[in-house]
Design a binder for this molecule. Structure first.
Ligand code: HEM
Length: 134
């Protein structure tokens, strides 16, 4: 049984490496990372780690606009409901494999709520607004 919670940036990086290891080869969402916006994992993981440090530890590390990035991806290749469902399944499954505790729960909740917001703003149409999420 896993007893370790997400406690540090190193833990976030471990989580992200495992998650993207699965996401890149996933039959439902893999092509976004390999064909739509070929992902440079070395430059991408530090940016996403900043994002999660901001969410989980309140550190003002992330300076980007994740909603804008995903609106742009949606314009290149349309997101569908099942893409977000799969993303959340993979992310939450990876958290469960590695961590347990309040921060692990928070990460799973925020992944789901942000995915829902992104899904509504992209798949369900509200493309015109400014949607900065953090
Ligand atoms: C259908 C589901 C999703 C797909 C296919 C997807 C795919 C991608 C891709 C292709 C990139 C661009 C990478 C690059 O420019 O190098 C990206 C960036 C990113 N994604 Fe997602 N994403 C999804 C959902 C999410 C969700 C739900 C979150 C947050 C909970 C998230 C967080 C991020 C962040 C923080 C970035 C970096 C943005 C930046 O460059 O500032 N993604 N995603």
């Amino acid at each position: 049984m896993i007893e370790q919670d997400i406690e540090s940036r190193a833990d976030i990086e471990t989580l992200l490496q495992q998650f993207y290891g699965k996401a890149l080869t996933d039959p439902v969402i893999g092509y976004f990372f390999t064909e739509v916006v070929p992902l440079n994992i070395t430059t991408h993981i530090p940016v996403i780690a900043d994002f999660w440090e901001t969410i989980l530890f309140g550190k003002a590390a992330y300076k980007g606009d994740a909603m804008k990035v995903h609106r742009q991806i949606h314009q290149l290749s349309a997101f569908r409901d099942e893409h977000f469902k799969r993303w959340v399944e993979l992310f939450q499954g990876t958290v469960n494999e590695l961590f347990a505790g309040p921060k692990a729960e928070l990460a799973k909740q925020r992944a789901e709520s942000i995915a829902t917001l992104m899904r509504i703003k992209t798949v369900h149409g509200a493309l015109h607004r400014s949607n900065k999420i953090i």
